[in-house]
Ligand binder design. Structure first.
Ligand code: MG
Length: 503
């Protein structure tokens, strides 16, 4: 089997053989998850919930099986003799097992139960615009998150334990040094751009309705242009766009069609393409191993942001995409490339994170990160959080939500227990520019490749530096290897300064 060439050690081979069953369960769960967001009949959700939870229980059982634990211990004892890929296997499994074994079963059950309940309450609260409906649930989620952190352990800050769950090695201090710094710098750029007249704060194309079938063709043409392999990947429709990787040759993305403002569906497709490409370009020798996934959520997000913003929102991309738009949508023929470019790069303060442009997105993350940190450290009461949220919106964006549904109730994350997830979005933004800088050093200006539609060179660069390793290295190591230094937010600020202010 080709996989085994990279894995010579006997213990690792034994581990991987056992792991194949866990991989298969993950494969099935992924397809089931994708199906429930796309084609499953509505009433199928009860059976699907039971089937999914049975599979994950089984997976946990296999991961924490005494023989598996013995093998991981054994491999760890001879860690120095292992190659990087073998070490990666041990690192990832140790991490998974640690999380599984340090959290007591009744806490995990309580979290699963609270998630179900909280998600329903959150949806209801959002529709009725009533924070009180969700408040008791959010209190419970915060309380459970505190318990999780206490069981997992941390050095200085309780929030660190939660951050590490989503981004290996991330601490509040590191997140702050990057994200809060970025927000401060972005504020200066944003104020200047918003008060200037080069980038509009609205555009008439936002209102123009499109024909859905025509837009589906546009999305498919764009994906073909950037190199989406249709025999290993799909595009479907779901309420919220996402990427699912069931294996290295079965990766699926989704988008949605709002009916107007066509850039929304177009950029969601480019975003998910970035995630998909990561999964598609992992070294085939890592198939069926714990290394098949990416290095982290932050690195994954850097790949989606790379294609969405750095490639997709450039002038050159606007130029090469225009013929596709003109052919299928027609109405874009009335607009010059420069008009379209401005439409793709509207800058304005908005209340909603998922609608935010490049210059305002990270403000939304800082707000969530600071509130999470205060909540889990018990320095803020849940009942006070909406006010803090609104005050911070005013500080960064100069606007104040009038409704909870446009403020603290807008995102699903907390209702499904994901406290500590948001910072990975901003890390993705920061890393995307750092990777662009590395590209520039090796290949020159990326604009030259985009205008020539030479997306292969870009894809190959990302494969070589990031994708092929899968989860072999922890995120900090991978970034150092790919770019020659630790995460550095300077490139992100520099990129946005150049793009929006020409300096
Ligand atoms: Mg994403």
């Amino acid at each position: 089997m080709e996989t085994l060439r990279l894995f010579q050690d006997e213990t690792i081979r034994e581990i991987l053989e056992r792991y194949r069953v866990i991989w298969a369960l993950g494969h099935a769960s992924s397809i089931m998850g994708w199906d429930s967001e796309t084609y499953m009949p509505k009433q199928g959700y009860r059976d699907r919930a039971i089937a999914s939870s049975e599979l994950s229980t089984l997976s946990k059982k296999l991961m924490t099986d005494p023989e598996m634990l013995r093998l991981i211990d054994k491999a760890e004892e001879k860690l120095e003799d292992l190659n990087d890929f073998e070490k990666g296997v041990v690192r990832i499994l140790r991490r998974g097992v640690r999380i599984y074994t340090q959290l007591p079963d009744d806490l995990i059950r309580e979290i699963a139960k609270t998630r179900q309940e909280a998600r329903v309450k959150w949806a209801d609260a959002k529709i009725k615009d009533d924070f009180e409906i969700f408040r008791p649930m959010l209190e419970k989620v915060v309380n459970l998150s505190i318990q999780v952190a206490e069981h997992l352990g941390y050095e200085d800050n309780r929030y660190d334990a939660l951050l590490d769950l989503f981004e290996e090695g991330l601490t509040y201090e590191k997140a702050r040094n990057n994200i809060t710094y970025v927000a401060g710098e972005l504020k200066k750029i944003f104020d200047e751009v918003y008060n200037g007249d080069e980038y509009p704060s609205q555009h008439e194309l936002e209102k123009v309705e499109y024909d859905r079938e025509a837009m589906e063709k546009v999305n498919k043409e764009i994906l073909s242009m950037v190199g989406y392999p249709w025999d290993r990947a799909r595009l479907d429709v779901s309420l919220h766009p996402f990427t699912m990787a069931a294996g290295l040759d079965d990766v699926r993305i989704t988008t949605r069609y709002e009916g107007n403002d066509f850039r929304r569906t177009m950029y969601s497709v480019l975003h998910e393409f970035g995630h998909a490409l990561y999964d598609l370009q992992v070294d085939p020798q890592l198939r069926y191993t714990p290394l098949e996934g990416g290095a982290s959520l932050g690195i994954h997000e850097s790949q989606s942001r790379f294609w969405e913003n750095i490639v997709g929102r450039s002038r050159e991309f606007t130029e090469v995409v225009k013929p596709i738009l003109d052919e299928y949508l027609g109405f874009t023929k009335d607009y010059r490339v420069e008009d379209l470019y401005r439409y793709f790069n509207i800058v304005r303060p908005g209340l909603i994170r998922v609608d935010a442009d490049e210059l305002t997105y990270d403000f939304h993350i800082v707000i969530r990160m600071e509130i999470e940190n205060m909540l889990v450290n018990e320095r803020l009461k849940v009942s006070e959080a909406p006010e803090v949220w609104n005050d911070m919106m005013e500080k960064y964006l100069g606007i104040r939500p009038k409704r909870y549904s446009e403020g603290i109730l807008q995102d699903i994350h907390w209702s499904i227990g994901m406290m500590g997830y948001f910072p990975t979005y901003s890390l993705g933004n920061i890393l995307a520019s750092q990777i662009l800088e590395a590209f520039k050093r090796e290949k020159g200006d990326i604009a030259n490749y985009i205008i020539e539609k030479d997306f292969k060179t870009i894809r190959e660069f990302l494969r070589e530096k990031i994708h092929r390793y899968g989860g072999t290295y922890d995120p900090a190591t991978l970034i150092r290897m790919a770019t020659g230094e630790d995460i550095n937010p300077r490139y992100y600020i520099q990129h946005l300064r150049e793009k929006f202010l020409g300096q």
